[in-house]
Design a protein around this ligand. Sequence first.
Ligand SMILES: [Zn+2]
Length: 423
Amino acid sequence: MKRFSFLVFLFYSLHLSAQVKFDDFFISKTLRVDYFHSGNLITDMICFEQMKQEAFWGGSKKNLVDIFDYGNYKFSVCDSSSNKEIYSRGFCSLFQEWQNTDEAKKINRSFYECVVFPFPKKTVKLEIFSKDKYMKLTKIFEMYINPNNYFIKKENPLRYASYKIFDSGDPSVKVDVVIIPDGYAKEDLEKLKKDAKRFAGYLFNHAPFKENKEKFNIWLVEAFSQESGTDIAGQHVWKNTIVNSNFYTFDSDRYLTTSDIKSVRDLAGLVPYDQIFIMVNSTKYGGGGVYNAFSMCSSDNEHAEVVFIHEFGHAFGGLGDEYYDSDVAVQDYYKKEVEPWEPNLTTLVNFDKKWKNMLDKETPIPTPNTDNYKDKVGAFEGGGYMPKGMYRPYINCEMKSLYSGFCPVCQKALKDMIDFCTK
Ligand SMILES: [Zn+2]
């Protein structure tokens, strides 16, 4: 009994002290910390590269401490004198995905990454944690940052026109999505503007974005590339583009990403932003989305709209893939005995923490994959690349097969994230 009251008290006090006052600790600019994330199948190392001050802070000024605990990594910023956590976010990285490939068994590799947080008024401690397959956090980096350090770069950013193409108001209470074009040459300017508007429209065609349209700002940075198109290694196509996007990530022909995160963030920093979408001038099918890093997609493929929505679900909502029957080469990505962090996947190890309260009383767990449960929330076996031992919330969802729309559980997770960013 005693133990119980202590826990209640602890929860209550943690809850009360969760968020801090922005003006006590921060000014309305961004501090960006860049590093190389290096290692192999087993090791994980962060090597500091640079710090930069950026002109805007586009995130919430109220919800500074993360409440979701999504992502394979987390960074935390503490006030150095009180050791109080004043900012944190979860995130994912290409490095962690690469660790699941065969190459990671043979060589070491580095990936460029950044974390951003509001610019501190006083010295802070930055810590980066990695989450293992058992959801255990290990600290992999720690650094004290004095905001007066003259090595924090303040150089003029790249000079490109940047403006809102969809305007709902004050960035601190909106989800600000910045569109970074890649593979648009100077002569593609008109196409670039048209494509960006088309993609903004795509977002608002889908629930829960469509009914929350007034909570979004969409920004465009008119950045040009030397050449049109993108790299397609397997077809021997190489293009000189501004953020160096490429298909064939980890030798998957449709996996479109970039390792040039420095350029991506330099361009994004021209505006206040919460989310980065990289629009790649290509007709080839494909895309990619990494939680709290970026989403990207080719501009002119016939399935571009739904690929974009799916990837945005990963990058913005931390949603997991609900499919399990694809050719994606992922080995042993989840442990059946551990509840994953993704809001739309469960091993049923801790289903109470997930969407159990959204099930009708009479719906069995696990839920049979039959027509009786076609439009019902349940726990259907198969998800997260695993046909057995992992369960998804709906028979079909945008995170399982394109053109399905987000299931009620994914919609709720996305809506919760919209609310978190717009308070
Ligand atoms: Zn779903």
